[in-house]
Design a binder for this molecule. Structure first.
Ligand SMILES: Cc1cc2nc3c(=O)[nH]c(=O)nc-3n(C[C@H](O)[C@H](O)[C@H](O)COP(=O)(O)OP(=O)(O)OC[C@H]3O[C@@H](n4cnc5c(N)ncnc54)[C@H](O)[C@@H]3O)c2cc1C
Length: 441
């Protein structure tokens, strides 16, 4: 009999883990607290299709994710398009894609523009140098571009990703981000005609073919261990129950993992790790008119509640949304903030006001609106985090952790989550197979 694995979480990290474990011949049961798979990449039903709750795209160098897309037979469907970024400052839009765009950026003086350009070159040169982990991104950027350019451009960009926690971010994270998103040549992004739904469904179909048991609406509350293996206390549609496994892979955020493992001998560095997460609020506006030609545009000092917009229809063909333009207005904000807790109707009213003020034509052509939030999105990295990244192997052969707390310094993305799984697997296979009680079939 092959060993039986439990995977906790049905986001990309759980799906990729279950795919690899079942591919290796283990029996796998995946637990997902929600009614649907996909985690933060999940979708909601819309007309005869689905739309993403939170904007998601692929990048050409998603070197851990794209092989999975291929394994699931969807690589032939990928659509790649050149996309552009705009930058709104005090209600005026500036293109921000080429060195020439930067040199023409009026809100900064000539010296500041040149220093900004040189910063891109220097960040590429510094790459992922370990010493960048010990200084803040703010200090790193201020030194290279000066205080005013930081305030006009970088502070809003950093805040747009991590809210008011930008001041703690390490320079290593920033450099990793700049190297991922602005590698040489025009920016290209990818999508699937069926969206992330198509990928999630392909995962689910392959897992089902391999005999993986998917237990949706089932939350794992506690992980235990005895002489024969691991036990999980779960709560699902049939109430509370307990289940036994040879080994467990948990993909939930690190704070949830710490709560689930309170009774276990896990390393104190992991038990005591303090890592908070930034949340997100996302308003989706389907409009008859486009906003701009840009995929992403932060708006700064323009009097809006939202931090910017992702115009998905500048990447995804309009046919998918029945000719309507799909726009995501976003705020990265902590789950305890007053903004995060605003009622849906108030939040949508604020976003509607943003559109009316910044894009009157599109704002007057809203056909539909939807609002979603997620409390645990971006880990709030702090300097020196490289030295505290939790291990994958928590109890060798028995308990493994693969989650967004381990993507650092990479950008939090489906690709980085797959890289975490790839990094976990060799040791997991070695340790699990060394234990008595059967191996892979
Ligand atoms: C607004 C936004 C835009 C983004 N854009 C992109 C993009 O363009 N490209 C990209 O690649 N990435 C993007 N990302 C990032 C990407 O969504 C994340 O990196 C990724 O989804 C994290 O996957 P995960 O499986 O680790 O976690 P999650 O997606 O959070 O999944 C974890 C799952 O585990 C479940 N779970 C947790 N605890 C338990 C438990 N105890 N029992 C059972 N189930 C449990 C949760 O319900 C959840 O479904 C974006 C994220 C956001 C929010």
């Amino acid at each position: 009999m092959s060993k039986h694995a439990a995977v906790i979480g049905g986001g990309i990290t759980g799906l990729a883990s279950a795919l690899s474990l079942s591919g290796r011949g283990y029996r796998v049961t995946l637990f997902e607290a929600d009614a649907d798979l996909g985690g933060l990449g999940t979708t909601f039903p819309w007309r005869d299709t689905h739309l993403e709750k939170f904007y998601h795209c692929f990048l050409p160098d998603d070197f851990s994710l794209l092989p999975r897309v291929k394994e699931l037979g969807l690589d032939g469907q990928m659509l790649w398009r050149e996309t552009k970024m705009g930058f709104m400052y005090q209600k005026r839009i500036w293109p921000m894609n080429t060195p020439g765009d930067l040199l023409s950026f009026g809100p900064l003086n000539w010296i500041e523009r040149v220093r900004m350009g040189l910063m891109g070159v220097r960040a590429r040169f510094h790459g992922l140098a370990p010493e960048l982990d010990d200084i803040t991104a703010e200090k790193y950027v201020r030194k290279m571009v000066g205080d005013r350019a930081f305030e006009v451009m970088w502070k809003p960009l950093l805040s747009a990703k991590i809210g008011d926690h930008y001041s703690t971010l390490p320079a290593l994270w920033l450099s990793s981000r700049m190297n991922r998103e602005k590698s040489s040549g025009p920016e290209r992004k990818g999508c699937l005609p069926g969206g992330y739904r198509a990928l999630i469904d392909a995962f689910a179909a392959t897992l089902a073919q391999r005999g993986v048991t998917l237990r949706l609406r089932t939350r794992v509350n506690e992980i235990g261990q005895d002489a024969n293996g691991m036990t999980l206390n779960v709560e699902g549609p049939e109430g509370a129950s307990s289940a036994r496994f040879d080994f467990v892979v948990s993909t939930s955020p690190v704070g949830h993992f710490q709560k689930m493992t309170k009774g276990l001998p896990i390393p104190s560095s992991l038990a005591n790790l303090k890592l908070d997460y930034q949340g997100v609020v996302s308003g989706i506006f389907l409009t008859r008119a486009p906003l701009t030609e840009y995929y992403w545009m932060p708006w700064v000092d323009s009097g809006a509640t939202s931090q910017g917009v992702i115009e998905m229809s500048n990447l995804v063909p309009l046919g998918r949304s029945h000719g309507l333009y799909v726009n995501y207005l976003v705020n990265y904000t902590h789950r305890d903030s007053a903004l995060y807790k605003l009622p849906d109707a108030d939040m949508l009213a604020r976003y509607r006001a943003d559109l009316a003020s910044l894009f009157p034509a599109a704002g007057a052509s809203i056909e539909e609106e939807h609002l979603f939030r997620a409390p645990y999105v971006e880990p709030i990295w702090t300097t020196g985090y490289s030295r505290t990244v939790p291990p994958n192997s928590v109890i060798p052969g028995r308990l493994y952790l693969a989650c967004t707390a381990q993507v650092y310094p990479r950008v939090n993305s489906w690709n980085s989550c797959c890289s975490v799984v790839d990094q976990m697997l060799p040791k997991l296979f070695e340790e699990v197979d060394a234990l008595p009680g059967g191996g892979q079939s």
